[in-house]
Design a binder for this molecule. Structure first.
Ligand SMILES: [Zn+2]
Length: 358
């Protein structure tokens, strides 16, 4: 009687053990299979394979790009000044915003086009040279935009109400602009100053009447601007170790970014095109720009090139389209920083510092 009862649990235990062994066996097979697949993928790749994983998700600031709509000829007649100073103060991508501001400030009908005499501590409309007014206005906008971390709306309201608005936004609204916040700040400052009103809390929407929102682009904190409108680093500069064996495979002489064939590859700084090569091997179609003595940038694996040797390029200008030409297995940009042409990979510079990504 007892022996009969004891037999049942023993059989059950054996069955359970079998099940666990089978499960472990299947798991091991599954893992081995996965590793073999990964090994095949990694070893079949050449210099510039990009993994589907992201090496790091950059915590990057972005700036919204606005396109002008309905700027009057009184303002557009000064377009060359707006472009000149926007470039000088590093806000070239916001030239249209500055012109929309001039529409709101003066409609182009006063010589102090940007009404910037006050930001110089002078009385209203005392600047009589349009170029000076634009120079000062763009400079001030560039200052507040930097403080606003590239947030155009926040910068616009600060242009109208002063730097204090940015601190106020940080304190009361996570550093974001809102119309309600502008009204509150206006009331607060008016009370504090004993004035009947302070600034124009509708300034942002007034300027936005002359703008349409376009795309959003990433803003670099370094000397170089970003080579793409959106930045995703997919492979770091330096020694590459095999993901499984840990052995050092090669030296990656650049920084890789994810991109799609419709994306423009942008010049990171002003310079001269010194190489514009069409090739099916190595770098594929690539461009090298000289920015100064001992400073070059190289853009590899492009689908098409839109510049030739000898061209002068300005920061942010398109050099061609993203691609996967040459020794590459997926669409990406391989960006290099060189101190001289013909430099070995290991002597090249990690572009991260110049891009402000460190
Ligand atoms: Zn690369």
């Amino acid at each position: 009687m007892n022996s009969k009862l004891e037999k049942i649990p023993t059989v059950k235990l054996v069955k359970w053990k079998m099940k666990i062994y089978i499960a472990i066996f299947l798991l091991v097979i599954f893992l081995l299979f996965g590793m073999v697949i990964l090994f095949v993928i990694m070893s079949s790749t050449s210099d510039d394979m990009i993994g589907e994983h992201l090496v790091q998700e950059e915590n990057q600031a972005t700036t919204d790009i606005y396109i002008s709509s309905g700027i009057a000829p009184e303002v557009t007649r000064y377009e060359s000044y707006f472009k000149k100073y926007a470039k000088e103060y590093g806000v070239e991508e916001h030239t249209d915003v500055v012109m929309a501001m001039a529409m709101q400030e003066s409609g182009g009908r006063y010589l102090d086009v940007m009404q910037s005499s006050e930001s110089l501590g002078l009385a209203r409309n005392t600047l009589s040279d349009p170029e000076k007014s634009i120079d000062q206005g763009v400079k001030y906008f560039s200052d507040v935009l930097e403080q606003a971390g590239g947030d155009v709306e926040l910068a616009l309201q600060a242009y109208n109400m002063g730097h204090g608005f940015i601190d106020y936004a940080k304190k009361h609204n996570n550093g974001k602009y809102s119309k309600e916040l502008a009204i509150n700040f206006s009331d607060y400052m008016a009370r504090r100053m004993g004035w009947s009103r302070y600034g124009d809390p509708h300034y942002v929407e007034n300027v936005m009447r002359y703008l349409e929102q376009g795309e959003s682009i990433a803003v670099s904190k370094g000397d170089w601007s970003f080579p793409l409108r959106e930045i995703r680093v997919t492979s770091e500069f330096g020694e590459r170790t095999h993901p499984i064996t840990g052995e050092i495979n090669s030296f990656h002489g650049g920084l890789d970014f994810r991109c799609s064939p419709q994306d423009d590859i942008l010049a990171v700084a002003n310079g001269d095109v010194v190489e514009a090569i069409h090739s099916n091997v190595g770098y594929g179609n690539y461009v090298t720009v000289k920015h100064g003595e001992g400073e070059f940038s190289r853009y590899a694996h492009m689908t098409s090139l839109s510049v030739s040797v000898g061209n002068k390029v300005s920061q942010g200008q398109s050099l061609g389209k993203c691609g996967t030409t040459g020794s590459s297995t997926g669409n990406h940009l391989h960006l290099e920083q060189l101190t001289k042409l013909g430099q070995p990979h290991s002597e090249k510079v990690d572009p991260k510092k110049s891009l402000g990504l460190e």
